[in-house]
Structure formats: C-alpha cells, structure tokens
Design a protein around this ligand. Structure first.
Ligand code: TPP
Ligand code: SF4
Length: 312
C-alpha cells in the first residue's frame, strides 16, 4: 500500500465507535479483547471469524454474539483448515454467480498462542503453503489462558504459570512465531499490541488490502493469567514496547522493518515488576542474576537490529 492510501496518520483518524458489541464474558481488562476491538473496527463487518477453542470462544455463546458478521468455532488445531473450507465455498459461489462481490467476506482466523504456536501450527503452515487468502490473528496471552494459564510455547522465560511453579518459573524460551511465519514467505506478518492503536490500525489496514496469507501477532496482556490489576493493561502494554520486550515490526517481500523503535529503552524490570507471574524475581529477595539474564536477552535482540546500526 502506498503512503497516500494509508488512512491512519494520527490518533484522531482512528474509529471513535466500536463495531464489536460490549458485555462479553471475557475478563475485565483483557488485552486480547482490547486488540480485537481495534482490529474489528478496521476490518469491518464483512468478515467471517474462524475461532479455535480458547478464551475468545466465550465471545459467542448461542444465541448471543458481539460480532456483526459471521463466526465459526473450530477445534484447537483446525482453524486454518476451517478457513480454507470457507474461502473455497465463497470462491465457488462467486464463480457460479450465486453471490456477488458485495456478498464476499474476508476470512479471518482468530486463535490464542497455544493454538498458533503449538496445536495449530502445522495446519497454519499448510495453509501458507497453499497460499490461502486469509488473515490469521493470534492474540498472544503467553499461555493456555482459557484452561487456567498452563505454559504454552509462547510463555516467556521465568514466568510463573500453573504448570511452571519452580523457583525460576518457566524454564523454556518463547517461540519466535514471527520468524517461523516469515520463513514461509507469506504476503504479510506483523506484531501489534492494543496499547499502540495507531501502529495496530496501520498494520491491519495494510493487511486488509493484501491477498494471500497474512499474519498478525497481538501481544495480549492478561490480568487473570499474568496476575495484575486489570486497570494496568494499557500501561503494561506500553511498557512491553518501551522496554523492547515486544518489538513492533512487519515483514513484507522478504524484508523485516521495525515500526516503532524504542531508542531509549526502559529497563525490563519495570515491565516485570507490575506482574504477579514475575513476583519471584523480586520477593522474598531480588534475583539479580535472572533479572540481568532477561535484560541481556532483550539487549541482544536490539543489538542485532540493523535499523539501529550507525550508517557505514
Ligand atoms: C485438542 C485439544 N486439547 C485441549 C483442549 C482444551 N482447551 C480448550 S481452550 C484451551 C486453551 C487454548 O489456549 P490458547 O490457544 O493459548 O488460547 P487462550 O485460551 O489463551 O485464549 C485448551 C487447552 C482442546 N479444546 N482441544
Ligand atoms: S484469561 Fe486472559 S486472555 Fe483470557 S479472557 Fe481473561 S484476561 Fe483475556
């Protein structure tokens, strides 16, 4: 999309009313719901959501739904396969002139990180290989939220989860889903967060006007699973970006570009200390060694970012 076609230049350009209905069964302060509100406003109601089992399946409970358009519930591993079925059906109906272009829908997969990084990854890889024309939105709350925040492949190192209760918390490392998706060379991959709505809006607008597989990973602060006061969702989201823990970036045509570079990075512990899942790093005594390790990981990432390198 050219610069001239970008609709969102300033915060004032963002939609001022939400398409997604209120009063859902999601927890108050849910960062995933915050991102979905913003995303849906830009995608519009000519969208069919294909939603794998997880927190967001609580949105639509028959006969109630907050969506203006269609929604399909699938098993955890199968949302991209469900998306293929819907895309094919719509294309066949169009081909037979049984629906008009105006009746066409954008097919959008919606899953948590458990489905995106684990159970549904092979179905996603297959869909990318087939060049399926769809948008995949992963709301990443860094665990299996709906079943009590067990660790997933997206859980960050040292976070306590209901299945990582040892002194170090989760001993594994967060999977790099952005790079895994980019390695498939899809049309588009981007990271977003609800607390940066302008950056999010531009990326959803870009993705909406493309064809082929397009992927969005939205870091989704989760008061219930991350153990913090729901009013802190936006502050935690902003700190994820300012500390450099959650790089905002996009992949197009083989290139990765960072869309918001935190040049004066805030110390990582400012993000960690607001969340109960990292409380063991500060109480009963400070774990300086592990805190330094977590900071070094983030520093290493940004040292490798070419946009930050001084000109040759
Ligand atoms: C094959 C399979 N295993 C387990 C479950 C039980 N289950 C339902 S929702 C869920 C958690 C999904 O985690 P994630 O994809 O991260 O979404 P979130 O719950 O965080 O929204 C699990 C394990 C299931 N539905 N299907
Ligand atoms: S558990 Fe977390 S992701 Fe799930 S609805 Fe609650 S706040 Fe949102």
């Amino acid at each position: 999309m050219s610069e001239a076609e970008v609709r969102f230049h300033r915060m004032k350009d963002l939609p001022s009313t939400h398409l997604l209905g209120g009063g859902t069964a999601m927890c108050s302060g849910c960062g995933g719901l915050e991102a979905l509100h913003e995303i849906y406003d830009i995608l519009g109601e000519k969208t069919v959501f294909v939603n794998a089992a997880g927190c967001m399946t609580l949105l639509s409970i028959y006969p109630f739904t907050p969506f203006r358009g269609s929604w399909l519930y699938t098993a955890m591993a199968s949302a991209p396969a469900g998306a293929q079925g819907i895309r094919d059906a719509l294309d066949i109906l169009k081909h037979k002139n049984q629906i008009t272009e105006d009746d066409n829908l954008d097919v959008v997969v919606l899953t948590g990180d458990g489905a995106a990084n684990g159970m549904g990854l092979s179905a996603t890889s297959g869909a990318m290989e087939r060049d399926l024309d769809f948008l995949y939105i992963c709301y990443d709350n860094e665990g299996y939220g709906n079943t009590g925040q067990q660790y997933s492949a997206a859980t960050p190192h040292a976070a306590k989860t209901s299945t990582s209760k040892g002194p170090r918390g989760f001993t594994g490392y967060k999977k790099d889903l952005f790079s895994i998706w980019a390695a498939h060379k899809p049309a588009y991959v981007a990271t977003v967060i609800g607390a940066e709505p302008l950056d999010l809006a531009r990326k959803i607008e870009t993705a909406k006007h493309m064809k082929g597989p397009r992927m969005i990973i939205a870091l989704s602060p989760c008061p219930t699973g991350w153990d913090y006061d729901p009013k802190l969702t936006v502050e935690i989201g902003k700190l994820a970006v300012k500390t450099g823990i959650w790089p905002l970036k996009e992949y197009i045509d083989g290139d990765v570009k960072h869309t918001k570079i935190p040049r004066q990075r805030v110390a990582v512990e400012e993000y960690l200390k607001l969340q109960g899942r990292f409380r063991h790093l500060f109480e009963p005594e400070r774990n300086d060694e592990l805190l330094a390790e977590l900071q070094a990981k983030v520093d290493d990432y940004w040292e490798g970012v070419s946009e930050l390198a001084p000109p040759p």
